[in-house]
Design a protein around this ligand. Structure first.
Ligand SMILES: C[S@@+](CC[C@H](N)C(=O)[O-])C[C@H]1O[C@@H](n2cnc3c(N)ncnc32)[C@H](O)[C@@H]1O
Length: 354
């Protein structure tokens, strides 16, 4: 039976969509501020006029004034009408102005830009076979992804996730061999290499451009001598006897995650550990109808699912596969001891052993 139109609910819904539209329209402005260094200047200076910001960044005052006004309307900056100055309050600074903050979000907007740029490819994929491979995507996806995930790895990987694994930190401190599959720009690999100077690290990814960036990152951070980055798929990466194999936010992107997990099992030392960091999700759709699920299902439609469908097998787990489905993949590959070792609002950390 069709329910009658409820005017009040309609108004509430339209208001909410208006808010979403405003957010979507503001996203390119955030990219502009990021590229032109506006947030850095605003974070470092006190209340600023459009003229001052334009002067300090070598940009056009009239454009800067409009950008600042849009930010004030969005609540992304504060505005003082008496002085005509714009400023970042401490909370806004945590999100836009401090790259070391655990809630720094400028990288996420780079991913938003990437999915808008690549949208025609994904539309085409809907009509064909669902496939839109990672290699076909625009560059801002790769750098955005590294920045987006890097925030979380910086805040949790060494401090919480590795210590949550059984006996792994002790091995890393003594000197262990570690592989990071689907390593992207190698942010996770470099963080671990920096924290554990006696260990050696190998990063593998099938995207050539990302491997080149990973090498640069490791060299920049002074761990180039203990890290090796190679182009390899998750199913055929070289090496064996690893104490730890990691896969950060990539297992669900693989066409054949079962095949990859089988290769991991083969590459692990007898008492080795597989750590799979995956997006946090419940097992059923209805468990994920929340802001995090919203973000991840959208990302999964635009990135994870078509990327997996572009590869052999094309299992397409999706970015919200949920722990039960992920455990089934690992069991099918031959892992017997599987548990969730840690959780954050955005991730689960799965520990899998023989
Ligand atoms: C979502 S990104 C995550 C990258 C990185 N781990 C991070 O957290 O920043 C997924 C990565 O998996 C890689 N990838 C996808 N399919 C792959 C495959 N079959 N073998 C190896 N890497 C793969 C992509 O190139 C990409 O770098």
């Amino acid at each position: 039976m069709v329910r009658e139109l409820n005017e009040q609910k309609l108004e509430t819904f339209v208001t909410r969509i208006l808010d979403d539209l405003g957010a979507a329209m503001t996203a390119p402005l955030v990219r502009i501020g990021d590229e032109l260094g506006f947030y850095d200047v605003l974070a470092q200076s006190g209340p600023t006029t459009p003229q001052e910001l334009a002067h300090r960044t070598g940009t056009v005052e009239r454009m800067v004034r409009e950008w600042l006004s849009a930010h004030a309307a969005a609540g992304y900056l504060d505005y003082d009408a008496a002085s005509g100055r714009f400023s970042m309050n401490p909370e806004q600074a945590m999100v836009f102005g401090n790259p070391d903050s655990p809630v720094y979000m400028l990288g996420s907007f780079e991913v938003c830009q990437a999915v808008m740029v690549d949208q025609p490819k994904v539309t085409k994929a809907f009509r064909k076979n669902g496939a839109a491979g990672y290699h076909e995507r625009c560059n801002c996806l790769f750098s955005g992804m590294a920045r987006f995930f890097g925030v979380s790895y910086k805040a949790h990987l060494v401090q919480e996730w590795l210590p949550a694994l059984d006996g792994v930190v002790e091995k890393l401190e003594r000197g262990a061999h570690v592989a990071d599959i689907g390593c992207g720009h190698g942010i996770s690999t470099t963080l671990m290499a920096t924290a554990f100077p006696r260990s050696k690290f190998w990063g593998f990814d099938n995207h050539e451009g990302s491997i080149a960036c990973a090498k640069d990152t490791a060299t920049r951070d002074g761990v180039g001598a203990r890290t090796t980055f190679e182009v390899a798929t998750a199913k055929n990466f070289p090496g064996d006897n690893f104490d730890l194999v990691c896969c950060f936010d990539a297992l669900h992107d693989l066409g054949d995650p079962v095949g990859a997990a089988r290769r991991v099992l083969q590459a692990l030392a007898a008492d080795g550990t597989f750590m799979a960091v995956e997006p946090r999700a419940g097992d059923a759709l209805q468990d994920n109808l929340n802001p995090v699920g919203r973000l991840y299902y959208a990302g999964s439609t635009m990135i994870c699912t078509p990327v997996s469908l572009a590869q052999e097998v094309g299992l397409a787990l999706g970015g919200q596969a949920g722990p039960r489905r992920l455990e089934a993949v690992l069991r099918e590959a031959g892992f017997r001891s599987i548990r969730i070792a840690a959780e954050t609002p955005f991730n689960i950390v799965i520990e899998a052993r023989r």
